[in-house]
Design a protein around this ligand. Structure first.
Ligand code: SAM
Length: 288
């Protein structure tokens, strides 16, 4: 296994994208700690929020705010500093910067200016949740936060309904109940899902079940509505498709006794969600 230099900051003029804990302060890696301690400056989403982490680890490096409202101007200033030889560490309030957090503009500006950008990997709520969820993890899609308003949220979910990958969403305590209800309505209550709450913290809970069951469980328990959430939903799998086709064929056979085959296939597809062409061509021998 190759190993990077133990003094990664010696050369100067670099940007380090440093992951910080998502709850448990001891989840800061030794390399992240060393990078933050040795950097000339830490660009932090919220300097007051990060002060607790830095104090906990005895890091005295100067901090500067880089958040969504000042990222454009602050990035230009930081790039100039790195061009002058400064090593800068980028952190967000929790987890990996750029993942539903600021930093994209700075990283892009640094790369455009030819400044080396190096990740110092660590916690990320989406990946931590996926690792414990027990849902298919070979392919997954990170969707970040769903829209806040229900109509927009449902429209966004409709686009994802047939996605075969495990879907990962971030959600806040204000919206977890409504979002789970919308997920159940759009994906079907029987779809398998996991709600990962307060990971690495005192009240960590990882609930699994169907979307309908989880929506009911969380809505009925105020404790399960507190804190930070990752919601993971199993992709629309072969099982679902096969079940739809079976149901589609059943409905098609009933309708085709009364209607022309093309009309029966169209209606059966609309009722069950099975593909119309598959119904039309997969029809078995009809009952006499
Ligand atoms: N950059 C972070 C990361 O790498 O995960 C995410 C930042 S985003 C602004 C914050 C959201 O991440 C929360 O609203 C929640 O959905 C999720 N999150 C962060 N920490 C979490 C935790 N300890 N348990 C569950 N979800 C968490």
């Amino acid at each position: 296994m190759s190993r990077q230099d133990d003094k990664p900051l010696a050369a100067g003029g670099k940007l380090f994208v440093v992951a910080t804990p998502i709850g448990n302060l001891d989840d800061l890696s030794p390399r992240a700690r060393a990078t933050l301690a040795q950097a000339d400056l830490i660009a932090a989403e919220d300097t007051r929020h990060s002060a607790a982490l830095l104090r906990h680890h005895g890091i005295a490096t100067r901090t500067l705010a880089l958040h969504e409202h000042n990222e454009r101007e602050a990035s230009a200033d930081l790039v100039r500093r790195m061009q002058g030889g400064a090593n800068i560490a980028l952190i967000s309030d929790a987890g990996t910067p750029l993942v539903s957090d600021p930093g994209y503009r700075l990283v892009r500006a640094a790369r455009a200016a030819g400044i080396p950008v190096s990740p110092i990997p660590g916690a990320c709520a989406a990946i931590a949740a996926l690792s414990a969820a027990g849902l298919p993890s070979d392919r997954f899609a990170f969707e970040g936060f769903l829209p806040a308003k229900s109509a927009a949220r449902r429209a966004a979910l409709q686009v994802l309904r047939a996605d075969p990958r495990t879907l990962i969403f971030y959600e806040s305590s204000h919206r977890i109940v409504e979002s789970l209800a919308d997920l159940a309505a759009e994906f079907g209550g029987e779809r398998e899902a996991v709600v990962a709450r307060e990971l690495t913290k005192q009240f960590e809970t990882v609930l699994d079940g169907t979307l309908a069951g989880l929506a009911q469980r969380v809505a009925g328990d105020a404790d399960q509505q507190r804190g930070e959430f990752v919601v993971l939903v199993k992709g629309a799998g072969d099982d679902d498709d096969a079940a739809k086709l079976i149901e589609g064929l059943r409905v098609y056979r009933i309708l085709s006794a009364e209607l022309p085959p093309s009309r029966a296939a169209k209606l059966a597809a609309e009722i069950t969600g099975a593909p119309r062409k598959a119904l039309y061509s997969a029809q078995g021998p009809r009952e006499a």
